[in-house]
Design a protein around this ligand. Structure first.
Ligand SMILES: [Zn+2]
Ligand SMILES: [Zn+2]
Length: 86
């Protein structure tokens, strides 16, 4: 099963910085309610990976690496996830 981990942007207090919060190319917020983007987060649908980093490119890269590890050993990963008791 393919997993997905959409990137989301967040403010410093952890709230979501939605797509309609536009920013200048230098990262300055244009929306009056937006304190600015503090970090980018991605949580994989498999539940076995998540990441929170200020660098969007780094999150993207790590996510791709995680996806690659999925195709190598999805069964091992599923076994590990069974520990949560579900
Ligand atoms: Zn925002
Ligand atoms: Zn995954």
């Amino acid at each position: 099963m393919a997993c997905s981990a959409p990137l989301t942007n967040h403010h410093d207090d952890g709230t979501l910085c939605p797509a309609d919060h536009k920013h200048t190319s230098s990262g300055r917020p244009l929306h009056p309610d937006c304190p600015g983007r503090a970090y980018t987060q991605a949580i994989c649908s498999c539940g076995g990976w998540e990441m929170k980093e200020s660098g969007k490119g780094y999150v993207n890269e790590s996510r791709n690496r995680h996806f690659a590890s999925h195709t190598q050993g999805p069964k091992v990963l599923r076994d590990l996830l069974r520990v949560d008791g579900s």
